[in-house]
Ligand binder design. Structure first.
Ligand SMILES: [Zn+2]
Length: 205
């Protein structure tokens, strides 16, 4: 167990090194990731070398929630392999704890994904992208958004996310307190992905 402290947020991380995922476990995610990477909605901020954007998909047929998510700091890579995807096998929203297994640790935003999955058993996919222009447009046009005072990766964020997502099996929201952060969720990969493509189309005609 280790703790990452970026000055504000503390995660309790439990990581079990495990073999790389097989391509049939992540090929659907990778298909959409390529599209979003191409649109620079997943990538890396060049000045500070911080990766952004993460995608996840629920593993079906289990009696508890597990999901596959892009690993931490993979935003810069054009193509991902089974080493760059990780399984979140358990988590604790109240304690801000993530239990992951794979070759690399899970994205630090995995708990936001978990909070969304908890809202409905029909939600199978969560995409988190970054884009300054789209983010500003969403806030201007009063899309659903989490409050400015709430940073990502906190218990408050998990609660705020649940308020927005609850009762909706698909949708989009902006995170006002997480610069450029936008989230879509849906029943299928295509549903979550198309919501983002429609957003791009709407504001970048
Ligand atoms: Zn983010």
């Amino acid at each position: 167990m280790s703790e990452i402290d970026d000055g504000v947020i503390k995660y309790e991380r439990h990581f079990t090194p495990s073999p790389a995922l097989k391509s049939d476990q992540y090929s659907g995610l990778e298909h959409w990731r390529k599209k979003l990477y191409h649109l620079k909605l997943i990538g890396e901020y060049p000045d500070v070398f911080i990766g952004y954007g993460n995608l996840s998909q629920k593993i079906l047929g289990l009696d508890h929630l597990e999901f596959i998510i892009t690993a931490t700091q993979t935003g810069k890579f054009q193509d991902l392999t089974g080493e760059h995807y990780t399984i979140v096998e358990d988590y604790d929203l109240e304690k801000n704890a993530i239990f992951a297994k794979g070759c690399m640790d899970a994205s630090s935003e995995a708990l936001t994904h978990a909070a969304i999955y908890e809202c409905s058993s029909d939600i199978n996919v969560v995409f988190h992208i970054h884009d300054n222009y789209l983010w500003n447009k969403m806030l201007e046009e009063k899309y659903d958004s989490t409050a400015k005072e709430i940073p990502y990766g906190t218990v408050q964020m998990a609660k705020a996310v649940k308020q927005i997502v609850s009762g909706k099996t698909s949708g989009l929201f902006a995170m006002a307190g997480h610069l450029d952060g936008i989230v879509s969720w849906g029943n299928t990969l295509d549903e979550a992905g198309e919501l983002i493509l429609q957003l791009v189309k709407k504001f970048n005609p």
